[in-house]
Structures are given as structure tokens and as C-alpha cells.
Design a binder for this molecule. Structure first.
Ligand code: AMP
Ligand code: GLY
Length: 424
């Protein structure tokens, strides 16, 4: 089969590496892909992930048999709908289901209507009402822009003054544009966070191995929020009992709720969970694979990813094997010094040969005059798989030592909390 992957980050690189293992995979194209992905797929940097008409034209011209739409933007904009209209089957939800990530007001209302556990909340479209609410709401509180905001639309407010400022910045100054014209203000929850990505065909749901992201830029969860500085899988806080409870209280009810709303979700549904003292609660839904969660989850997948993705599309997931290895994986992101704020680009990257249990997933790199150079904040993820988490972490850090580019930095404490949890 000829496969098109829409997107161009580390997540897409991990998806492509996994798809390549399938005997049915003949050739993979990526729009736009990146300089590192070019080693594994034919990349088309001239076609951006949001350029839906160009993606559709490309898919028709290249006789694509199956497309995987990975990032949130094209999913929310209807890329799957547009490809399906031309008869091209896809992995990923249609726009009417991708709204589960595209609008927090939608997802919160869905959870309230179907009794899916989440933080208590109020939704506002009127700034004065929002401002008056923050005068009396419990503090700390969390102010969220309704729409997509590059992962930056969530402000944790420790004081009432912070909450007022957050509402004003979104509803008056428009720092997130239209995404912030509606805001959700919600209860501040505490507890370990778990990411669970799940395959679904709209009928059954098969969760992948759990994982843990590290969102802050610096060690000890200090510094600004980033797109993710590293991940580990499985997440030790997510016990078998907890998995069973989440299936019953969250995963199945969410799939059923989307069906009841006439918005059947097919693809990868990402549950961002917080394990609070009052049980697991949904912090957020994403309509796609997580980045960099995918970089630790897919290397542990033993079944055929292409077959699973096709089953999600065809509605045959119940009969399809989804099996993960019993080992662990760790991914350490090497970023450009200064990220997520200002950083320089264009440094030459040298990559080592990788062993069977290692992978380098490239996110922010471009090819220039035949060499790979840095082109983004998060440059690549060094991933290793091993029999347990301590071994996977040691191997991932050892791999980072063999990768070189100027101004590289990484967190030194990826997985530290998980190791502490394992020790009990
Ligand atoms: P999100 O963009 O929705 O994933 O939120 C970003 C991060 O903000 C999450 O990973 C949590 O760490 C934090 N967060 C979001 N909502 C809440 C909440 N209600 N209580 C505490 N922390 C939250
Ligand atoms: N790692 C968080 C996300 O993909 O949204």
C-alpha cells in the first residue's frame, strides 16, 4: 500500500517507523515531513499539514491507498472529511469528532452531560461574567481558552489577580485570537498525570500502554511549559485496577457519548488524565496521538500498526490484535538552548548508528546542502526500549551522549518521578 502521513514532527517520525514494519507497507509519503523523516519517507516540505486542498491533490496524484492524519489542526479543519470525499480511507477522526479537542467548551459540556469525571467548570462567552465569576471561585483556578492554542491555552492561576489577568488576556487582549473568545474556568485538580492513547473504531476501544509526559522546560518541573521534554512508558501510577476503572468510567462512556451525539470518533483518542484523591478525572482530550508520548508508546507495540489503523477505519478493531511488549521505553528530547522562547537554528546535527532497541525520532531538523541542521525548538527525541524503566532511561540518556549539535540541551530528570513511584 502507498501511505500518506500528514505532519512533520517527532510523533510522525515514530508513526512512520512503526508503519514501515508492516508487510503491507510499500511506500510512505509525508506532507510536509522533515529533514530527519526523509530517511524513512518521501517528504514534501512544500505541502504544509494545514494545506488541505494541496494534501488532497497530492493524495490523488500519487494514488495513495491510506492516509494517516496526525496533527490536531488538519483534523479539526476537516482533512479526513476532504480525503474521504475523494474515496481515500484515513486514520483519524472527521471534523465533527475532532471537536473533542478543538473546543474545550464542547468537551466539558460532553463530560457534564454524560457523567464522565472531570474538573468542575463554568464556560463563559462574556468577559464581564467571567471576571465576576473569578471574584468568588475557589483559588487556585484554571483558565482555559476554548480553541486550539498550540498547547499554550491553559493558565493555572494561583491568585485572584492572576485569574483576572488570564481572563483579560484571552477575552480582551485576544492573546490566543478566536480560540480565546470563549473560556472555560475550572477547578484546580491535583494528583499524578497519565496519558492514555487509545485506538478506537467508534465501537470498541483498545488503550495503548500508558505514558507520562514532562511538559516543563527544566529539571524539577521548573521553567515554561513546552510541547514536551520527554516521556516514559508505562506510567507506574497507572495500575491494572486504575486501567480497569478508567475503561469503565471514562473510555467507554466517552466513545458512547460521541456516538450518541452523532459524532462517532475513529482514530486515536488521547485521554489526558489526573489521578486525583477522588478518582481519575479527564484533564483534556486530544483527537490524535500525543507528542512525545507516541515516541515511547509505538516502540512498545508488537502488533502491526497499519493493520490496526485500517481496522479503526473499517470498524473491525474488535477482531484485530493490539499487543504491547511487557518492557518499558523512555524518550529524552534534545532541544535548542533557549526553547520554548528564543533560540538559534541551523546547527549541524550528527547522528550515530542506532541499535535495535534505540530510535532517534527527528522533530525540528531540515536538510541543507546534504546535511541535517536544526530548524526547530524540539530537535529530536532519543528513545530506548528495555526490559524495565531504569534500563530504558539509562539507554535513552546514553543515546543522547552520542548525538551532537551546538546549543543542545535536555532535561536530566526524565522519569525521575516515575522511578520514585516504582520504589513506592
Ligand atoms: P492541557 O493543555 O489541557 O493539557 O493543560 C496543560 C497542563 O495544565 C496539564 O497537563 C495539567 O498539568 C495542567 N492542568 C490543566 N487543567 C488542570 C486542572 N483542572 N487542574 C490542575 N492542572 C491542570
Ligand atoms: N504531549 C501532549 C500532547 O501531545 O498534547
Amino acid at each position: 500500500m502507498k501511505i500518506l502521513v500528514v505532519g512533520g514532527g517527532g510523533r510522525e517520525h515514530a508513526i512512520i517507523r512503526s508503519l514501515k514494519k508492516s508487510p503491507d507497507c510499500e511506500k510512505i509519503f509525508a506532507c510536509p515531513g522533515n529533514g530527519g523523516i526523509a530517511a524513512d519517507a518521501e517528504c514534501h516540505p512544500e505541502i504544509g499539514a494545514k494545506d488541505i486542498p494541496a494534501i488532497v491533490d497530492f493524495a490523488i496524484a500519487n494514488k495513495i491507498d491510506f492516509a494517516v492524519v496526525a496533527p490536531d489542526d488538519p483534523l479539526v479543519l476537516g482533512c479526513v472529511d476532504a480525503l474521504n470525499e475523494k474515496g481515500i480511507p484515513c486514520f483519524g477522526p472527521k471534523a465533527n469528532a475532532a471537536i473533542i479537542e478543538g473546543s474545550k467548551a464542547f468537551s466539558k459540556a460532553l463530560m457534564a452531560k454524560y457523567n464522565i469525571p472531570t474538573a468542575a467548570f463554568r464556560t463563559f462567552t462574556d468577559k464581564d461574567e467571567a471576571l465576576s465569576y473569578v471574584e468568588s471561585c475557589p483559588i487556585p483556578t484554571v483558565v482555559k481558552a476554548d480553541g486550539l492554542a498550540l498547547g499554550k491555552g491553559v493558565l493555572i492561576c494561583e491568585t485572584r489577580e492572576d485569574a483576572r489577568a488570564a481572563v483579560r488576556s484571552m477575552m480582551e487582549e485576544g492573546i490566543f485570537g478566536k480560540s480565546g473568545t470563549t473560556v472555560v474556568i475550572e477547578e484546580f485538580l491535583t494528583g499524578p498525570e497519565v496519558s492514555v492513547l487509545a485506538f478506537t473504531d467508534g465501537k470498541c476501544v483498545k488503550p495503548m500502554v500508558s505514558s507520562m509526559d514532562h511538559k516543563r522546560a527544566h529539571d524539577n518541573d521548573e521553567g515554561l511549559n513546552t510541547g514536551g521534554m520527554g516521556t516514559i512508558a508505562p506510567n507506574p501510577y497507572y495500575t491494572a485496577d486504575m486501567a480497569e476503572r478508567c475503561m469503565r468510567e471514562i473510555f467507554i462512556p466517552t466513545i458512547e457519548a460521541m456516538n450518541a451525539e452523532g459524532r462517532t470518533f475513529k482514530g486515536c483518542l488521547y485521554f489526558g488524565l489526573m489521578l486525583t484523591p477522588n478518582g481519575p478525572k479527564v484533564i483534556e482530550y486530544n483527537c490524535r496521538f500525543g507528542d512525545p508520548e507516541t515516541q515511547v508508546v509505538l516502540p512498545l507495540l508488537e502488533s502491526d500498526l497499519l493493520q490496526i489503523m485500517r481496522a479503526c477505519e473499517a470498524g473491525t478493531l474488535a477482531e484485530t490484535e493490539v499487543k504491547f511488549s511487557s518492557g518499558a521505553a523512555a524518550c529524552v528530547i534534545l532541544a535548542s538552548r533557549g526553547y520554548p522562547e528564543h533560540y538559534e537554528k541551523g546547527f549541524v546535527i550528527t547522528l550515530p548508528e542506532t541499535g535495535e532497541k534505540e530510535d532517534i525520532f527527528v522533530a525540528g531538523a531540515a536538510e541543507k546542502d546534504g546535511v541535517l541542521v536544526t530548524s526547530g525548538g524540539r530537535v529530536l527525541g532519543a528513545t530506548a526500549v528495555a526490559e524495565d524503566l531504569p534500563a530504558a532511561l539509562a539507554a535513552a540518556y546514553a543515546l543522547t551522549d552520542r548525538i551532537h549539535f551546538d546549543n543542545a540541551y535536555c532535561r536530566r530528570d526524565i522519569g525521575r518521578r516515575a522511578l520514585q513511584a516504582l520504589k513506592g
